[in-house]
Design a protein around this ligand. Structure first.
Ligand code: ARG
Length: 275
């Protein structure tokens, strides 16, 4: 090959290389069609576990069973922002992250806190609520668990794969009973199968408000690590455009004061249509 021919080959090769690098760059940007996909199908699918009033719970309104709650009202605002309908997909809390990663849902809104382990799997929005953990007990046991030592020998329930499960296991001296639904645990508490259930304060308050003669919060102090305090929306890591929309809605609701109103509204819906 002549010298000038070699040279032009090299030039051509480098042009191709520059072009393909450039294209690859564009490709990775345009491959985030998270918002477009939802708008094309016309529906935002949100995964939740509706055993968690006031965050998500079933109601019967106009003879129709549906799921509502604080998370669902926020989800509706996100759907409105995207200009699509909202579909709530109810499942057990344990399956939510794999449903999200497996594209069965677009977002997860289930009173989910952004633990370090979950952060490795999914992306979290800005937080819209802060929680701490307490021990829910039967009313007549209100003074039975005042210290951690008092939990020795007790049967304490917690929802599977939640931060309550790890807090119960790490902080109490009880036998921990893990189950899929919070509503089963709180029923078993009344039936005497369990002595306590670790729940977040907002959930406990809701039980106390709705059944003041049945439940109480024990005096024992549980610690809620910082990484287990902040409730957020979860999305797939690659869905950055969708996450931007989610954060935009959260910021707006926090700024105009509607965020607090939605919590109040979900409580009103519960007292009106909840069972
Ligand atoms: N906040 C806890 C966690 O993220 C419990 C959430 C349970 N949510 C539910 N809908 N049951 O682990």
């Amino acid at each position: 090959m002549k010298k000038w021919m070699k040279k032009s080959w090299l030039v051509a090769l480098s042009v191709v290389m520059v072009l393909s690098v450039g294209l690859a760059g564009c490709g990775s940007k345009s491959s985030d069609n998270s918002v477009k996909k939802i708008q094309d199908k016309g529906t935002l699918v949100v995964g939740t576990s509706a055993d968690y009033a006031p965050f998500e719970f079933p109601i019967v309104k106009n003879g129709k069973k549906q799921i509502t709650g604080y998370d669902i009202l926020i989800a509706q605002k996100i759907a409105d922002e995207l200009g699509v309908k909202l579909k709530v997909q109810n499942t057990e809390f344990t399956s939510l992250i794999s449903d999200l990663k497996g594209n069965k849902v677009d977002l997860v809104m289930a009173g989910m806190v952004s633990t370090n382990a979950r952060k490795k799997q999914v992306a979290f929005s800005k937080s819209y609520y802060t929680v701490r953990n307490v021990l829910l007990v039967k009313k007549q046991d209100a003074n039975k668990f005042n210290t951690i030592a008092d939990t020795k020998g007790a049967q304490i329930g917690a929802q599977q794969t939640t931060t309550q499960e790890s807090i119960a296991k790490e902080q109490t001296k009880a036998t921990v009973v893990s189950e899929g639904l919070v509503t089963s645990l709180t029923t078993e508490l009344l039936n005497g199968k369990l002595d306590g259930v670790v729940v977040e304060n907002e959930i406990a308050d809701n039980y106390l408000k709705n059944y003041p003669d049945k439940y109480a919060v024990a005096k024992v102090n549980l610690t809620t690590p910082k990484s287990q305090r902040y409730i957020n929306v979860a999305a797939r890591k690659g869905d950055k455009k969708l996450m931007k929309k989610v954060n935009k809605v959260i910021t707006k609701l926090q700024k105009n004061g509607d965020m607090d109103k939605l919590l109040q509204k979900s409580q009103d819906l519960q007292s009106k249509y909840g069972k």
